[in-house]
Design a protein around this ligand. Sequence first.
Ligand code: CP
Length: 296
Amino acid sequence: MIKLSRLSEESLQILLSEALDFANGKTVKAKSDVFVANLFFEDSTRTKVSFEVAEKKLGLHVVNFDEKKSSINKGETLLDTVKTLDAIGVDLVVIRHQKTRYYDELKETPIGIVNAGDGVGHHPSQGLLDLMTMVQEFGDVKGLKIGIVGDIKHSRVANSNAHTLRRLGAKVFFSGPREWFDEGSLMNGTYMDLDALIPEVDVLMMLRIQHERHDERVNLKPEDYLKKYGLTKDREARMKPNAIIMHPAPINRGVEVDNDLVECKRSRIFKQMKNGVFARMAILKSVLEKKGFEFE
Ligand code: CP
């Protein structure tokens, strides 16, 4: 599972349905031994921990792999690392990497790969957990107006979400600093001024400034960013009555979202994190079933 856009709409709906079933209490376990390694070359809290919880809930064996102590630091390539894990008996690897499309160099490996985020590329498990959060809320995303606001250009979350949501019939709008908006994103949505966008949308998805992917340090005071491009209390008061706030997190409180709004009634931010486990269970099960493993 490299990106959601590689799935047919039917496969995406099956994955979504399975994730929702897990959220509603469905449990399954692998019928045989399955070994999984999580390779996180870029920092993570939510994705790494929820993949591990998902793996344990599915009865998989989670193999310890410490990137900082691995032979990658002696010059071994990512390809040789993955081939080594395959030879040792690991059946599936979950990889997060700062390099966009790191997976291109792993094409020839027989081992199952789940992309946990590649540079500014894709974040399919985040896309699925965001989709299921919206479906739980509204029943369907078709016809919904969704605003994605912030550092669009450097966000793999924006990339995965915008494509998937548009494909499923939602109307996607972008906002935020114009210089952090890639015109290439226009095929998946429309750019709007933030204050015009706020009263229109059913879902407002705020994004973190991806400092680690900027060539230069962003020179804007947090309070200035919030005032210009963030979700302030004034803006929240102008949202539709049933509109919800989302954020993939980590959040910089008081920068992209006012501190008091992170836990407000409209916020689904911690619900997204909870759903992360169920979305990842569905993804792992789907990839393993394609490799011939069975669940009961
Ligand atoms: N949303 C997300 O990917 O969070 P982490 O970087 O903490 O995994």
